[in-house]
Design a protein around this ligand. Structure first.
Ligand code: PLP
Length: 396
């Protein structure tokens, strides 16, 4: 059992704000400033370059990889960190393509643009008749054929929260000789994931969403143990070399997933992530999922009872949904700005999606009820119908 009232006290949440956007940028753990200050002052400040050895900076990517690995059901020693998610998608996809003679990458139209752009760029760079095929999320299973090289999916749809059945799709793909790449951006820290149990070949994800590592926190990559010694990292950086400090002229891949490291780890950002993982280490993912489902069910029931103009865009069946709830409204952008102005922070995804994330670590039933009241007032009193709510920032 996890005590979520206790975990809530471990976060700094701005006064008067109900933060339903932890799926986009997790809030600040109270322990993070001190942990980062320690790295700055006692490590960088006092140890300078000896910090790489004395403060364990060089070991952070693999050590943190194991802590994240527990949350996604990875075997110890098979997750590492670095770069941003877009880069890790590129690496996993390239490594997957290198394992097959086939040429088609299959993905879905609900995937995050950067994942699709990376696939487009990669097939263009590799040439040889390779291509990306994008189908509707509900049609993916029907498009798995012996023509497909790689199935690349984001498990939870960033717009709607629709959840793919990772185990079933992976099993079907592998029976047809297809290599799988799973993006866990909206799964890691949101629900119980079991990459080893599902037999996933590669998995990637980010740490600034549900994992609360802070803006710019590094991404993670998992390579199944059966591929770890053969996977080609494509971005052959010196820290993925077997012996970086031998400074050899030619690249030789490092041991297992460590070959997926590229360059110097972001040490300060990793210190922030360490503080957050101190919270995550104690969380039971089954309890988290149960609490998350209870929150999303309560939110949907409340909004549907009070806001007839909002259409549920997320699956109604909780088992088919991640840890977010989305509603459609033609004035969704302005409506979300009005919610934010009244203390309920979610976000907007074009063209018409109002998106709300639920994290039991710091959101409770009282927050859900207060958020429903604010959203109901915004819709009933048409608070979105105001020029001030229409102005758009660069980030929505
Ligand atoms: C958030 C997200 C990204 C962002 O990638 P970065 O390189 O970290 O900016 C990529 N893919 C998915 C599926 C995401 O949800």
């Amino acid at each position: 059992m996890t005590d979520f009232a206790a975990t809530k006290a471990l976060f700094h949440l701005p006064e008067g704000m109900i933060y339903l956007d932890g799926n986009s940028l997790g809030p600040l753990p109270r322990a993070t400033p001190e942990r980062v200050a320690r790295t700055l002052q006692q490590e960088w400040g006092e140890m300078v370059i000896t910090g790489w050895n004395r403060a364990g900076w060089m070991a952070q990517p693999m050590a943190l990889g194991d802590r994240i690995g527990r949350l996604i059901g990875a075997e110890p020693g098979h997750v590492t960190l670095g770069d941003t998610l877009s880069v890790k998608v590129f690496q996993a996809l390239a490594a997957a393509l290198a394992m097959t003679d086939r040429r088609v990458i299959l993905s879905d139209s609900g995937n995050f643009p950067s994942d699709l752009y990376m696939a487009e760029g990669l097939v263009e760079a590799l040439g040889g008749g390779r291509s990306l095929r994008v189908v509707a999320p509900e049609d993916v299973a029907d498009h798995l054929t012996e023509e497909i090289a790689v199935l690349m999916l984001t498990q939870v749809d960033y717009r709607t929260g629709r959840l793919h059945d990772m185990a079933a799709l992976t099993a079907k793909a592998q029976a047809l000789g297809i290599v799988t790449v799973w993006d866990l951006a909206h799964s890691a820290g949101a629900l119980a994931v079991d990459v080893a149990g599902a037999g996933a070949d590669f998995a990637v994800g980010c740490t600034y969403k549900y994992l609360n590592g802070g803006p710019g926190a590094p991404a993670f990559i998992y390579v199944a143990p059966r591929h770890a010694q053969v996977a080609k990292p494509i971005l052959a950086g010196w820290l993925g070399h077997d012996t970086p400090f031998a400074f050899e002229q030619s690249y030789r891949p490092g041991e297992g997933v460590a070959r997926m490291r590229v360059g110097t780890p972001p040490v300060i950002q990793m210190a922030a992530l360490e503080a957050s993982m101190d919270i995550w280490d104690g969380i039971d993912m089954t309890a988290l999922r149960d609490a998350s489902v209870a929150l999303t069910e309560r939110f949907i029931t409340g909004v549907e009872a009070t806001c007839p103009d909002l259409d549920l865009a997320s699956p109604r069946d909780a088992q088919a949904r991640g840890s977010q709830v989305s509603f459609r409204h033609p004035e969704g952008y302005a409506a979300m700005q009005a919610c934010i102005a009244h203390g309920v922070v979610g976000d907007f995804r074009a063209p018409d999606i109002m998106r709300f994330g639920f994290t039991p670590l710091f959101i409770d039933e009282g927050d859900v009820d207060r958020a429903v009241e604010v959203i109901a007032r915004v819709m009933r009193d048409r608070l979105w119908d105001d020029p001030a709510m229409q102005a758009r920032g660069a980030v929505t």
